[in-house]
Design a protein around this ligand. Structure first.
Ligand code: ATP
Ligand code: IP8
Length: 247
């Protein structure tokens, strides 16, 4: 019998302080991975960039055409992302899980992410750990976001549950950090009427919402949950669940 597969994206906004370059929130990350490990069956964890990815990507104008300066930026961001991944992997190891980091840029084959190896390693009992990353394609320096990785994995694995963790309670009618009147949407079916400006190097919440809606085509259970309260991941079926269900 096939084991259930769960996919998790730990948003960079929750495990880092997004505006302070390379600030890792170790305690929050630790609580998140601890909750993730309570899920039965096979799992893959993806994490985003936060201040390990977006600060320097924006500073060096990534994505963009190859220039010596931008190549330096790509190298720097890639290295910082490996550092962030190592920190997450360290937490998983300390909890006796078996993380296995795959560098996204090394899995890129002509613009497509080759997920064969991460899936094969998952089937052996390891916990593949992937991350949003810079990569080079043709004459461009590009970014493959953690959200896109989640979509690729969802298409391939048809997971029983897909959880995106971020630093907000879910999807709101508008950015809750900028608009105090924004209302939390417990269910979202389409992006119409939702204001979501993208202000990081990969489009922020705007692109995330489109990706979440696409992920929903490959999994019955797709959620956006606040990573400050990771125990909410186990309450998705209960009345008191707080977060957004993608329908
Ligand atoms: P990263 O991209 O670094 O991995 P992440 O995946 O956690 O981070 P972001 O791309 O930073 O997520 O998106 C989350 C942010 O989106 C929130 O901090 C919030 O301020 C902003 N946002 C904008 N519009 C909305 C909205 N309509 N509902 C909820 N959050 C929104
Ligand atoms: O944070 C992009 O991944 P995301 C990470 O999931 C980088 O959008 C390298 C900026």
């Amino acid at each position: 019998m096939e084991k259930p597969v769960s996919l998790f994206k730990i948003g960079g906004s929750i495990i880092t302080r997004k505006n302070s370059y390379r600030y890792f929130r170790e305690k929050v990350a630790s609580r998140i991975v601890n909750e993730i490990l309570k899920f039965e069956g096979e799992k893959i964890i993806v994490h985003g960039g936060g201040s390990f990815g977006h600060v320097k990507a924006l500073e060096y104008g990534i994505p963009g055409e190859i220039t010596p300066d931008r190549l330096y930026g790509a190298s720097l961001v890639h290295n910082d992302m490996i550092d962030l991944s190592n920190r997450v992997a360290g937490l998983l190891l300390s909890m006796d899980a078996k993380p296995y980091i795959f560098s996204t840029s090394s899995l890129m084959k002509e613009g497509t992410l080759d997920c064969k190896d991460p899936v094969a390693y998952m089937k052996k009992g390891l916990v593949p750990l992937l991350f949003g990353d810079t990569y080079i394609s043709g004459n461009k320096v590009l970014i493959y976001s953690g959200d896109k990785i989640m979509l690729d994995l969802s298409k391939l694995l048809r997971p029983s549950i897909v959880v995106f963790l971020s630093d907000v309670d879910g999807i709101f009618t508008d950015d809750p950090k900028e608009n105090p009147d924004a209302k939390l949407l417990p269910r979202v079916k389409h992006s119409e009427g939702i204001k979501a400006k993208g202000k990081d190097a990969t489009g922020g919440m705007k692109l995330k919402l489109d990706t979440l809606l696409e992920v929903k085509r490959y999994s019955n259970k797709v959620y956006l949950i606040n990573g400050k309260f990771p125990e909410r991941m186990r309450k998705t079926e209960s009345q008191e669940f707080k977060g957004t269900v993608i329908e």
